[in-house]
Write a protein that binds this ligand. Structure first.
Ligand SMILES: Nc1ncnc2c1ncn2[C@@H]1O[C@H](COP(=O)(O)OP(=O)(O)OP(=O)(O)O)[C@@H](O)[C@H]1O
Ligand SMILES: [Mg+2]
Length: 241
């Protein structure tokens, strides 16, 4: 089991912006949780903590009994995979193939096991035809799928996705939805695409100004027009007249 516990998390950027303001939340292994909120609400800052990209300045984050610190950062990263909002932050090798191979190779996976893992991931994500391309030359949607591949190849127990559907055409958005649904792990999805959250997350958290203002069953939270309006959001398209 890989349960997440966030307790009284606070985070200020260097310029003094208080991006996270004393957040506490528990997410049990296997849950699918959506995180929504207007621009600047603190969503990316929050999820950057979950895989140890940021270490808490105030409060704690733990996965089971492991508290996130500089010392445990590597161990936490093996459990939690983060797909960044900007795919360029994730891709740095000279080919798609090498980018996907990088993580597992670093973890000591070798030989046929490594090749099989990389090729399976290329196939699962439909990236075979562009495996030799330089990630910098990919289209935005292709980059997003490639970034996903570099995370999924590590077989995380907890998958955190920051705006996974931005840049995707309708067909790829649906493919991603099907892929995410098939994954039997904890999934945390930050998105402005509330229809995607509706379709993939049982639970939804709304953030505003670095605080949690709602946390409940997705279909209840995302049907509450007033709550959404008060927090800079609009009803999912499927509920709009
Ligand atoms: N590097 C930084 N330095 C200073 N302030 C920052 C930095 N990064 C983010 N912020 C501020 O922190 C707050 C939260 O930003 P964050 O990126 O977490 O929001 P978000 O909810 O992910 O927004 P979006 O929907 O636009 O992606 C914002 O007020 C933002 O201006
Ligand atoms: Mg963001």
């Amino acid at each position: 089991m890989y349960d997440i516990s966030v307790k009284d998390l606070g985070f200020n950027y260097d310029d003094g912006t208080r991006a996270i303001d004393s957040i506490s939340v528990d997410i049990a292994f296997g849950e699918s949780v959506g995180i929504a909120g207007g621009n600047g609400a603190g969503k990316s800052t929050l999820v950057h903590h979950l895989n140890g990209y940021f270490i808490p300045q105030q409060g704690t984050i733990s996965i089971n009994d492991t508290v996130l610190t500089k010392k445990t950062q590597e161990a936490i990263r093996k459990i939690v995979g983060l797909v960044f909002q900007n795919a360029d932050d994730q891709l740095f090798m000279s080919s798609v193939y090498d980018d996907i191979m990088f993580g597992p190779q670093n973890m000591g996976v070798q030989g046929d096991t490594l090749i099989t893992l990389v090729e399976k991931t290329l196939n699962d994500l439909g990236l075979w035809h562009i495996k030799d391309k330089a990630p910098v030359h990919l289209s935005a949607g292709q980059k997003r799928f490639c970034a996903f591949a570099t995370v999924l190849v590590m077989e995380p127990k907890i998958l955190v996705m920051d705006e996974p559907t931005s840049d995707l055409d309708p067909r790829h958005r649906r493919q991603l939805m099907e892929l995410v649904r098939r994954l039997d792990i904890t999934k945390i999805t930050v998105s402005h695409d509330l229809d995607f959250i509706w379709d993939t997350c049982e639970r939804t958290i709304i953030l505003n100004n670095g605080r949690i203002v709602a946390d409940g069953v997705t279909k209840v939270v995302l049907s509450d027009e007033r709550l959404l309006q008060e927090n800079g959001l609009e009803l999912p398209l499927r509920l709009q007249k």
